[in-house]
Design a protein around this ligand. Structure first.
Ligand code: ATP
Ligand code: MG
Length: 757
């Protein structure tokens, strides 16, 4: 059977174009991920060795699903494809090559908690105010330096960066970064950003290694390319430099990780990097109804920064988008839960056909509560990972120390847990001794008699001996036997067993679950190496979604919009559409941040296949206080003909787009909580949005204070037109302009981006 028959002509052409650079920039649901999946299957069918194919996806889950689909076409061979997230793939490569750049092969991956704990310790040592040097801020700054491949040395030498830090009163950031990097190195640890940063170092400093992987990965594919950062971009570019068989797919309208350093320019530059790139257009959305595609188009049209795209759907028209107003976040939860039950029975759907998406994790609480009350089964994605629970991290801390005794965060975590008489003072002494003697913490622990006195030396020595016994055990035993031994001899099992509280019991059960998982791993037949070190390798990269015991369970999915990227569900609820929540308060200061929020809304809307529900609450508890909320501006931006409001707007919309913000704020003041009828949008009745006006080159709004009736003007977005009326007094003059493309519009001059032609 010709499996490529499942593709439209452009998709098929992109799949069959296996040689040379290929780029697909296309709207949501147009089959980009499907093209990658089919392309890989096609390559293997043509005889390409799966070991020579590298596919980079955004989540582990996406990689897993893709592999399963490919397996259906090419069979077990699909197991050998190199496929996963940037972090997991390059962690795997670093495991092999780490020694070349001075790290042990068993290097630890510091997760966010480890990083923050280390940063807090450094701030304390440097006597810095942790309000000014907020740990999240410091982390963000270091992370962004790494993602832009700025080493600590370069950071400290860079005058512009240093000047910026000093101007912000944070002149010590360079020093913190330097110390942090040294500590990680001393501990044989890499943080998440290091996995990419160090891969670049490796490929840069070791041409032989670069050569090896350039020849290994004959075919490269990257999904969600719009969300790659500079560090990722450069890895891909280096690896693809020999064969240039690289295919990237993405959608600039779905770029939602700029706050983490993703750079949309990577898409725009692709054509510059590979001048002979073959570009394919995919315009048909196969996922959603016309109604949903139409609504999505009307949202994204509000962004100025975007590549021009047509997205249309040939699917059914579909139902209108239901917009619901609730009085509180709890009521919103109740409305959503009831709607799920109702729609499920009405349309004979399953629970797994529903998803609830929100802007911030905190919003899950009211949803969860309501779902529980009505007995609706659900699964929370992206919540605290199983591996992030305290008791699990404690036991894993021992595992980490067993394979990498230099892992200082693990050492600090377990040296006195369960209690063994090694107090904070002793730990401080160990750290001071290490610093003074240029040693690692473990060197001090293993030689405690030399650095500590009396009783504390004894307890620390015993701890060191215990860890060494774990190491000996691990050398010759299976993962499970080693893990069990450590759980018992570290005292963790006993400590948890003795805690008879409900929480204590749950913790004990979690440890058992971890041990069960390790047992299963020990018994796997497809693996040659089954040591605990192998099990442990990339645990820090796992999220709770990867621990999904039963991915086919019939449950409603709850997740943030960020986590929903690339996914699709028949029915989607987007909740909490309120100003200061979505768009987030933090995004209101700049156009670029607001546009990123809008792209996030676009991502959310385009997850829905058949039916979309939007809701907002007029009051909500945030940070412990009850706040009144206004409906999100994004509701106003939706094409009103797509909407089904559950309440009557109190006044009809007047005026034009440029009046919109003014009108809404006025109305909100007067009526409190009314979500006004959305404005008439610049959207025709077909599902395809008219092409936005492209301003003439060098367009700059000119002074319109002397504008007169009859003058010809150009508006940045509405195009060319003629002034037919002026009314009101400065500075609130309203102009009525007849635009060639769009007809008559009223604009408030002080806001209108107009040029007199
Ligand atoms: P996103 O931008 O959200 O990541 P995408 O462009 O990657 O979306 P896919 O997830 O690949 O889109 O496809 C969306 C849906 O449309 C999937 O269910 C896919 O199977 C289906 N689809 C894509 N192309 C076709 C086609 N030619 N025929 C039938 N179904 C298709
Ligand atoms: Mg996709």
């Amino acid at each position: 059977m010709d499996f490529l028959a499942g593709l439209n002509p452009s998709q098929r052409a992109a799949v069959e174009q296996t040689q040379g650079p290929v780029m697909i920039v296309a709207g949501a649901g147009s089959g980009k991920t499907r093209v990658i999946t089919y392309r890989v299957a096609h390559l293997i069918q043509k005889g390409v060795d799966p070991f020579n194919i590298l596919v980079l996806t955004f989540t582990n889950k996406a990689a897993k699903e893709m592999r399963e689909r490919i397996m259906k076409v090419v069979g077990q061979e699909a197991k050998n494809i190199w496929m996963g997230t940037f972090h997991s793939v390059f962690a795997r490569i670093l495991r092999v090559e780490a020694e070349l750049i001075g790290y042990p092969r068993n290097f630890t991956i510091y997760d966010t908690d480890d990083t923050k704990s280390l940063l807090r310790a450094i701030l304390k040592e440097l006597n810095l105010d942790d309000k000014l040097y907020n740990v999240n801020h410091v982390y963000g700054r270091i992370s962004s330096a790494k993602n832009n491949l700025i080493s600590p040395q370069e950071y400290n030498k860079n005058e512009a960066i240093m000047a910026e830090d000093i101007a912000n009163g944070r002149g010590q950031l360079g020093q913190i970064y330097m110390t942090y990097a040294q500590r990680c190195y001393r501990a044989g640890a890499m943080d998440f950003d290091d996995l990419l940063f160090k891969t670049n170092v490796l490929l840069n400093k070791h041409p032989d290694v670069l050569y090896k992987y350039q020849h290994q990965f004959k075919y490269l594919m990257v999904d969600e390319y719009q969300d790659t950062n500079f560090s990722q971009y450069l890895i891909v570019k280096r690896l693809a430099a020999v064969n240039e068989n690289i295919c990237v797919v993405g959608d600039d309208a779905q770029s939602i990780y700029a706050f983490r350093g993703a750079n949309i320019q990577n898409i725009l530059n692709f054509q510059k990097d590979y001048p002979d790139v073959k570009v394919y257009k995919l315009e048909q959305n196969y996922r959603s109804t016309k109604m949903i595609v139409n609504a999505a188009n009307s949202i994204i049209a509000n962004n100025k920064n975007q590549l021009e795209k047509n997205v249309f759907s040939d699917n059914e028209d579909g139902e209108k988008i239901k917009v619901t107003r609730a009085f509180s976040d709890n009521e919103e939860g109740k409305i959503v839960a009831e709607a799920i039950l109702q729609e499920k029975s009405l349309k004979t759907l399953n629970f797994k056909d529903f998803a609830i998406l929100y802007r911030t994790n905190a919003q899950s609480r009211s949803m969860e509560e309501a779902l529980r009350k009505l007995g609706v089964p659900y699964k929370l994605y992206g919540g605290t990972s199983f591996y992030q629970r305290k008791e699990i991290k404690d036991l894993i801390g021992y595992f980490r120390l067993t394979f990498n005794p230099n892992d200082e965060e693990a050492l600090k975590r377990v040296i006195n847990y369960p209690r063994r008489g090694i107090g904070d003072t002793t730990v401080d002494r160990i750290m001071v001794a290490a610093d003074q003697n240029q040693l690692r913490l473990w060197d001090v622990v293993a030689n405690a008699q030399m650095f500590l006195d009396g009783r504390s030396a004894g307890s620390v020595t015993n701890f060191g001996i215990m860890i060494q016994s774990f190491q000996a055990m691990a050398k010759t035993n299976t993962a499970f036997d080693t893990a069990m031994y450590i759980a018992q001899h570290s005292g963790i099992l006993k400590d948890l067993y003795e805690d008879k509280s409900v929480e204590g019991l749950a913790r004990y059960e979690n440890i058992q679950e971890l041990l069960n998982g390790i047992k299963e791993f020990s018994e796997r037949e497809d693996l040659e190496e089954k040591g605990l070190d192998v099990f442990m390798q990339d645990i820090a990269l796992l999220t709770n979604d990867d621990n999904d015991k039963d991915p086919n369970a019939d449950t409603v999915s709850l997740m943030t919009i960020h986590a929903s990227k690339g996914l699709e569900f028949p029915v989607v609820f987007i909740v909490g559409l309120e100003e200061n929540l979505f768009p987030s308060q933090l995004s209101l200061n700049s156009r670029s941040e607001l546009e990123e929020e809008r792209r996030l809304f676009y991502v959310a809307v385009t997850r829905a296949e058949k039916k979309l529900h939007l809701s907002y609450a007029t009051s909500r508890y945030r940070w412990g206080t009850l706040n009144n909320c206004e409906p999100s501006r994004f509701l106003d931006e939706l094409n009103p003909s797509c909407l089904d409001l559950d309440f009557k707007p109190r006044s009809s919309a007047v005026g034009s787009e440029d009046f919109q913000s003014e009108r809404v704020s006025w109305q909100r003041k007067e009526t409190g909580d009314v979500f006004s009828k959305p404005k008439p949008k610049v959207v025709k009745t077909t599902s395809i949005l008219p092409k936005a006006h492209k301003p003439t080159e060098g367009f700059a709004p000119s002074d319109t204070s002397n504008l007169q009736v009859g003058m010809e003007v150009e508006h940045e977005r509405f195009g060319f037109g003629k002034v037919i009326n002026l009314e009101g007094n400065k500075p609130d003059i309203k102009a009525t302009i007849f635009f060639k493309e769009l007809g008559q519009k009223q604009l408030l001059l002080k806001f209108a981006k107009l040029r007199i032609v």
